[in-house]
Design a protein around this ligand. Structure first.
Ligand code: HEM
Length: 124
């Protein structure tokens, strides 16, 4: 029997999409983070974020949208806002009863890009 991957434990693409949907609902409802998505194509973002996490969790999907740094150069992130987003992601993972060690792995897949998320075009 093959070893179960994080992707399998999260319920595959369907399970990951459910967590992503819950996460983006929380982001949009947040007073500070919600306004950042004012002009965003949310359906596309939900799809690309699902692909990103599926790939990171060992699934067959591949993330082929814009590199993370370039995609967020125009977004005025601060370390506090990134932390707030991570807190909301933990809330979503908890809502789906994802065990702590798996939740940490999902969060780490995103937190690893913190420097890219914080980059601004002024540094170019
Ligand atoms: C590391 C994982 C992430 C990936 C792969 C990712 C991917 C993307 C992509 C592909 C876009 C669209 C770029 C475009 O079409 O121009 C985008 C935009 C955006 N992302 Fe992310 N993102 C990630 C993490 C985050 C996090 C943690 C937040 C926190 C709130 C966030 C907030 C945003 C915002 C506000 C936009 C701009 C929407 C707009 O102006 O249209 N992203 N992201």
């Amino acid at each position: 029997m093959s070893e179960e991957t994080l992707y399998d434990r999260l319920g595959g693409q369907e399970g990951i999409r459910a967590v992503v949907d819950d996460f983006y609902d929380r982001l949009l409802a947040d007073d500070e983070l919600g306004p950042l998505f004012e002009d965003a194509d949310m359906e596309k973002l939900r799809e690309t974020q699902t692909d990103f996490l599926c790939e990171a969790a060992g699934g067959p999907e591949t993330y082929d949208a814009a590199p993370v740094r370039g995609a967020h150069l125009h977004v005025p992130f601060t370390p506090e806002l990134i932390q707030r987003a991570i807190d909301l992601l933990y809330e979503s993972l908890e809502a789906f009863d994802v065990p702590a060690s798996d939740a940490d792995a999902v969060v780490e897949a995103i937190a690893a890009y913190e420097a890219d998320l914080l980059a601004t075009s002024e540094e170019e």
